[in-house]
Design a protein around this ligand. Sequence first.
Ligand code: FES
Length: 196
Amino acid sequence: MTDEQSNKPGIGATLNRRTVCKMGLATGLAVPVTALGQPPNRARPQAGDTLVFEDGPHTGETVRPELLTLDQKPVAALARDPETNVLRDGSRLNRVMITRIDPARLTEEFRINAAEGVIAYSAVCTHTGCDVINWDDERQRMACPCHESQFDIYDGAKVVGGPAPRPLAMLPLYVEEGIVKVAGAFSGRVGFTQQF
Ligand code: FES
């Protein structure tokens, strides 16, 4: 399994400083610790990151609540470090699907993750990892094109149909000066577990 299939940290993240030093001593090489760290474009969305539309009419623009129509079909977005301008496009596990809803319709437990009604869920299906890009407009559910799993966006992307074993991870958001920002790490595991 690669780290594209689950949110297990990649090799750079699993090597601690002591291990890296030992490697350097054992091989006689001067291994810069930072060189083995995860590239910033592969790192998961970080608190304070902005979001950028990855598709739709506002592709490339910074996400603001007013750029999303209430109850619209979710669109793909990626996080961007506002200080370095690095777009976190180095892993498909970083892609989220965003839309805007009436926050009163969101289960109370998940309301804290919404920002002026904007919500974001991982795009990666928890079944076998397809991007959950379809939308059931009638029932207002995210739908996976591969094996038809469906997810209730008003209840933390709970599975409401199909073989997916668990909800999509939710990315907590807040709004600052009119811009949607990431409030913290995904709640829940991103990606899927290999089915045998
Ligand atoms: S990968 Fe989504 S339902 Fe199978």
